[in-house]
Design a protein. Structure first.
Lengths: 113, 117
């Protein structure tokens, strides 16, 4: 079946660098996407979301880009800090009567001081 | 607000034993979800509920049962635990589908670590 996937399982960066985490989705019916951050031993925490009628959305130090042509989603983190070290998941929602999310496997971001 | 809480935080079971995981939310959310997370994998949906008294199967429902007798609580039951059910279980909740931007955002609890021997 169709699923959400990630290109890089682990991303290592230096503090201060910009980080880019990628996600591929294959379901053309998906109309909403979310990025979650999960720190060790904790539950996923909402970072930012985007609807399919947009191609870019910005938050505090984070930007999500959506390319529907190639079914690609990315999360950009500016000036990465050690506190950004975590696993990042993308998730997609296929618009239906009852809302469920399909999660990717996650990318671990390691930030070195 | 406490948000989404889960009890217990950690539990060890022997094969064949039963237990119930409790999820509670104080945000008056209509939708609640149970996921399991295994090493190197994303979150997989077990069961979910779209309102008090309703439940539905997710991606991996076998071996689990759920109940939503009260709007704020969502219980996940294991009738006869198996080692394959060793995992971290997360509960989440979401507001009903209203015309606001964050309507699909699910809010997660801290998780329950379950070890089945």
């Amino acid at each position: 079946g169709e699923s959400v996937g990630l290109h890089l399982p682990t991303l290592s960066v230096q503090e201060g660098d910009n980080s880019i985490i990628n996600c591929a989705y294959s379901n053309s019916a998906s109309d909403y996407f979310i990025w979650y951050k999960q720190e060790s031993g904790k539950g996923p925490q909402f970072i930012i979301d985007i609807r399919s009628n947009m191609d870019k959305r910005q938050g505090q130090r984070v930007t999500v880009l959506l390319n529907k042509t190639v079914k690609h989603l990315s999360l950009q983190i500016a000036a990465t800090q050690p506190g950004d070290s975590a696993v990042y998941f993308c998730a997609e929602n296929i618009k239906s009567g009852y809302s469920t999310l399909t999660f990717g496997k996650g990318t671990m971001l390691l930030v070195s001081p | 607000n406490a948000g989404v809480t889960q009890t217990p935080k950690f539990r060890v079971l022997k094969t064949g034993q039963s237990m119930t995981l409790l999820c509670a939310q104080d945000m008056n959310h209509e939708y609640m979800y149970w996921y399991r997370q295994d090493p190197g994998m994303g979150l997989r949906l077990i069961h979910y509920s779209v309102g008090e008294g309703t439940t539905a199967k997710g991606e991996v429902p076998d071996g689990y049962n759920v109940s939503r007798l009260k709007k704020q609580n969502f219980l996940l039951g294991l009738e006869s635990a198996a080692p394959s059910q060793t995992s971290v279980y997360f509960c989440a909740s979401k507001d009903e589908m209203i015309e606001t931007y964050h309507q699909e955002t699910q809010y997660f609890g801290p998780g329950t670590r379950l070890l089945v021997l």
